[in-house]
Design a protein around this ligand. Structure first.
Ligand code: T6T
Length: 329
């Protein structure tokens, strides 16, 4: 299996909307389904209602249809191992030719995934991954650590490189959000001595919890200068909490993702920076890599996809707004 993982940094026009372009898949042309027989792909996402995963699902579904594959998608109702496990167990029973999955934990589900892989299903890890390197013929995601660094630089600029900052994210043990926090905190420590980091908080992917946490933080630290939100629901909750506290705009926020509520909060000035990913490309490229595997073609072990740091000044640029997530296909 070839393994290339290269990135290009492209600064778009206008205020620095930083585009981290991913690698391009080197999968085969794919060919028609007759070349592979009638293949079946199942997608299990982290949270079914999440616009990041809805955008990924829509793109994967379109690519699978174009290649003549059967395609089914499902996802957890919430970010929880006990909720995702039954979905994985049902895949073990149905034995699709390909499984695309965003595991909600870096290790708890690995035995089930190895069993599915051993039974002949080709596994593509999309967005999140697991620690065990033997799982997955391909791993496709943003460079989340780099995304955390980009968020730190953008937030520090918004804050005038001084003041206190808090990170609020989902829960420990998620490969993507853990990497973002690592990139963010290390960048802040290395480059911004005038910025003080408060202890990280976790909201279990619940906006109401994030809203409550940011208000409690403001009560304890009235001079709070900035917040890093690790994903969509956290960004939504922080925007709500700041509005409820009357501190929107005064406390600067960099949030990962670009789902509709976050985009609205960016436009309203409640959030200042969004680090958008390209879930559509993750979904499309995962289908392409599975098609290559079905056809005995080379498969790319790791693929990094694009991220775009967006501000209110750049959000109306079509080359930027094309990264906004969908709430439906
Ligand atoms: O940020 C994305 C995804 O990359 C992450 O793994 C989990 O949260 C999201 O789905 C957004 O809610």
């Amino acid at each position: 299996m070839s393994s290339t993982h290269s990135k290009r940094v492209v600064l778009s026009a206008g205020l620095a909307a930083l585009v981290l372009a991913g690698t391009a898949a080197c999968s085969s042309s794919g060919g028609s389904s007759t070349a592979f027989g009638h293949k079946k792909i199942t997608l299990i996402t982290g949270v079914k209602s999440d616009p990041f995963y809805i955008t990924m699902t829509c793109a994967a579904q379109a690519e699978a249809k174009a290649k003549g594959f059967d395609f089914t998608a499902d996802g957890s109702a919430q970010w929880d191992v006990s909720v995702q496990r039954p979905l994985i167990d049902s895949v073990a029973a149905s034995r699709p030719d390909g499984l695309m999955i965003s595991p909600v934990d870096t290790s708890a589900l690995t035995p089930s995934l190895k069993q599915i892989q051993s039974a002949g299903t080709k596994v593509a890890l999309v967005d999140t991954s697991v620690t065990d390197p033997s799982v997955g013929i391909t791993r496709i995601s943003s460079d989340n650590e780099k995304g955390g660094q980009v968020a730190a630089d953008a937030l520090a600029q918004q804050m005038g490189q001084k003041g206190s900052v808090i990170v609020i994210s989902v829960k420990p043990g998620i490969s993507t959000t853990d990497a973002r926090i690592k990139g963010f905190t290390e960048e802040m420590a290395a480059k911004y001595p005038g910025i003080t980091m408060l202890p990280t908080l976790y909201d279990n992917d619940l906006p109401a919890t994030a809203a409550s946490q940011i208000q409690s933080t403001l009560a304890a630290h009235p001079d709070l200068g900035g917040v890093f939100a690790g994903n969509t629901n956290t960004g939504q909750g922080i925007a709500t909490g700041l509005q409820q506290a009357g501190r929107q705009g005064a406390v600067k926020v960099a949030a990962f993702d670009a789902e509709p509520d976050e985009v609205s909060a960016l436009k309203a000035g409640t959030l200042q920076v969004l680090v958008a990913q390209d879930p559509a490309s993750i979904g499309t490229q995962a289908v392409d890599q599975l098609a290559a595997a079905f056809g005995g073609q080379p498969v790319q072990k790791e693929i990094g996809t694009t991220m775009v740091a967006i501000t209110k000044d750049t959000m109306n640029d079509p080359d930027v707004s094309k990264y906004f997530y969908k709430a439906g296909c």
